[in-house]
Design a protein around this ligand. Structure first.
Ligand SMILES: [Zn+2]
Length: 207
């Protein structure tokens, strides 16, 4: 079997969600211990639970929904970059990266490690970064924190700037075990009709 990094945060009922958002809950609605012929579960969760992809409809009422985004965005060559210590994250911190043939970039901030507690503060990219990413051919940005904007941001400038630049968003990756470098990413959203986001199972295999 190919060696891989699973960069998906486990989803369990203790996983921190955005303050006020729907907590994750799994229940068996049919139970074999109660005589049913099978176990069948039901899940209640936010579309932004754990590791997930945001669709433009999340922050733009006329934006694309998650089922309308090509799955090719989420599968293919990517670069993992270590940006720990930067807050904000400037384009200068990314300037030396070789993104040739790797239009997906995952930023390792190291700022969220206890997934049972929602972070009070996270590093965010400088306003010029979305345009810089697009100029380098990047169409997917991923971070290891729950947002591409500050936690207390109401107007979500980076979400909007990324969308204007044609850059899609992955949030809440777990990159702790991953050395910076080049990989092949697989992080497919569910095909949820009309949804603003979807959890993904995210893997990195040798690129
Ligand atoms: Zn989100």
């Amino acid at each position: 079997m190919t060696a891989f990094y699973d960069i998906t945060i486990p989803v369990w009922d203790g996983l921190a969600v955005w303050p006020g958002d729907t907590p994750y809950r799994f229940e068996l609605s049919w139970k074999m211990v109660e005589g049913a012929s099978v176990n069948v579960g039901a899940v209640t969760m936010s579309t932004h639970t754990g590791t997930h992809a945001d669709a433009p409809f999340h922050f733009d009422p006329s934006g694309a929904t998650i089922d309308a985004i090509s799955p090719e965005v989420y599968v293919g060559p990517c670069v993992v970059a270590d940006v720990a210590g930067f807050d904000p994250i400037p384009a200068d911190a990314l300037a030396a990266l070789d993104l040739t043939g790797a239009p997906r970039l995952l930023l390792k901030t190291g700022a969220w490690t206890d997934h049972a507690r929602f972070p009070e503060r996270i590093p965010v990219m400088e306003p010029g970064v979305p345009g810089w990413l697009a100029s380098r051919g990047v169409f997917l940005i991923g971070l290891d924190v729950p947002s591409v904007d500050a936690i207390d941001s109401a107007d979500l400038p980076n979400h909007h700037a990324l969308a204007r630049s044609g850059v899609h968003i992955l949030e809440s990756l777990d990159l702790r075990a991953v050395p910076p470098g080049r990989y092949h990413l697989t992080a497919l959203p569910l095909r949820l009709a009309g949804a603003d986001a979807s959890p993904v199972r995210a893997l990195l295999t040798p690129g």
